[in-house]
Design a protein around this ligand. Structure first.
Ligand code: EPZ
Length: 418
């Protein structure tokens, strides 16, 4: 398994271009199952989760025509299997996104329950309840969700008890081929959900309300193949913004959407860090010290849970005490123990972490536990005194395209060893 060796202390300087958004491309790839044709998707990041999703779609009968540069062409005419096997789903929860499209397209689906992961139980109850409301019959056995919709699906009003990003995506996709009108209430408002709705509409779907908490879908008979360009990854952009801040550097982040990282822009400015915004770029100047801030993670447009771990790393070096409340997942402080081994002062109490800033972190051998925790450890290692060895970096490869090359180009002393 690969490791990163990081020698801390370099101030990052220069420009970095952000890759396509992992959490935008995964639902769009699942949506190709709704079409029977040649789908062309540009701006696709070469990250592990994308290759896992391609493997899953191929397993279901889709044909990968090409994946050159950031352009992926996949033909879903031949989709004829409706089972997503455990070995694929267990490595990537987003595989659950094929459930809705398979039920709508083939009238049946057998998808392994994703199982828990480091950050929480990751249940599927809202996906199941919503699809049953559309008329599907879903049973759980031997770790699989087995669903049928032989008489087709019928539009209905669905209320999400909890805001669920992939829950909203799954139901929205299923509803595009469902007879009648479907209303999703307390729907997710993430930019990736809005993007999916817009892409489906370009393929002939009839969706309105995306970006609000009520999405309305009129079913259509069929969709045209999907063609789109994935927008830049707001979590990768946020991670590099924090990399600039934590190393006291001066980094220009190009090919990004400042609007998508607004919560972080406001919080960094509140901490006294200079952030300049352009049309499709950002500049972050970590000119020396910064103050502590308090954050509460919320569904969009609140502060994103996917930037919580990275922000905690930053706050370990802030002046003062920060309070971080994780409201979305039940166990998303796994990075805290590792940061404490570097000298951070963090007190955990349930969903709350109290971070008291220290003068300096020191490098240490570290273990990555999940995708965003890994990013948090890289950030801390970049700022720490001395060498850190971060193991299990396959977690970070799931959602960051060539992160070490991008960091080296900014002056970081980081290398990958197998
Ligand atoms: C998506 O996960 C993202 N993944 C996650 O990003 C992100 O952290 C999360 O949304 C929240 O923004 C993808 O888009 C592929 P949820 P998802 O359903 O959809 C509870 C990353 O790092 N819930 O919005 O799985 C759930 O337990 C990943 O890129 C139910 O109770 O998250 C959680 O507490 C990590 N029942 C809350 O809702 C359900 O049926 C939000 O989960 C579904 C969810």
């Amino acid at each position: 398994m690969d490791k990163f060796i990081v020698e801390g202390g370099q101030r990052l300087k220069g420009k970095v271009a952000i890759s396509g958004a992992k959490n935008a491309v995964l639902p769009v790839l699942a949506a190709t199952l709704l079409t029977a044709g040649r789908n062309e998707i540009q701006g696709v990041p070469r990250v592990r989760d994308v290759f896992t999703m391609i493997r899953l779609l191929s397993y279901l009968g889709a044909k990968l025509e090409s994946f050159e540069g950031d352009t992926l062409v996949i033909d879903t005419t031949g989709v004829n299997k409706s089972e997503a096997p455990y070995e694929l789903v267990s490595t990537m929860r987003a595989s659950c996104l094929v459930l809705g499209p398979l039920l709508a397209r083939l009238g049946q689906a057998k998808v392994s329950l994703p199982g828990g992961c480091a950050i929480g139980a990751r249940p599927m109850d809202l996906h199941i309840k919503g699809l049953e409301a559309l008329g599907a019959k879903l049973d759980l056995n031997q770790g699989y969700i087995q669903g049928t919709a032989q008489k087709g699906l019928n539009g209905n009003r669905i209320y999400f008890d909890t805001v669920s990003v992939t829950g909203t995506a799954n139901l929205m996709m299923a509803a595009t081929l469902t007879e009648g009108e479907t209303i999703l209430e307390n729907a997710a408002r993430e930019p990736e959900v809005v993007f999916l709705a817009d892409v489906l509409n370009l393929a002939g779907a009839k969706i309105v309300g995306q970006g609000t908490d009520v999405i309305i879908v009129q079913g259509t008979g069929a969709l045209r193949p999907i063609e789109c360009r994935i927008f830049p990854d707001r979590i990768e952009a946020g991670t590099f913004m924090i990399a600039a801040a934590i190393t006291g550097g001066d980094v220009e982040i190009t090919n990004c959407v400042p609007l998508h990282v607004e919560p972080l822009i406001y919080k960094l400015r509140e901490a006294g860090i200079q952030v300049e915004t352009g049309e499709r770029s950002l500049r972050v100047l970590g000119n020396g010290g910064f103050r502590s801030i308090d954050i509460k993670t919320q569904p969009h447009p609140g502060f994103p849970t996917d930037l919580q771990a990275q922000t905690m790393a930053l706050m370990t070096l802030a002046k003062g005490q920060s309070i971080i409340v994780e409201n979305v997942f039940e166990n998303r402080f796994m990075h805290a123990a590792e940061l404490k081994r570097m000298g951070a002062e963090i007190f955990l109490d349930g969903h709350t972490a109290i971070v008291t800033g220290v003068e300096q972190l020191s490098g240490a051998p570290l273990m990555a536990t999940d995708l965003r925790a890994s990013a948090s450890l890289v950030l801390a290692a970049l700022a720490a005194k001395g060498e850190s060895v971060i193991s299990r970096v396959y977690h970070i490869d799931r959602g960051y395209e060539g992160i070490e090359e991008k960091l080296v180009r900014l002056g970081a002393n980081i290398r990958r060893v197998s």
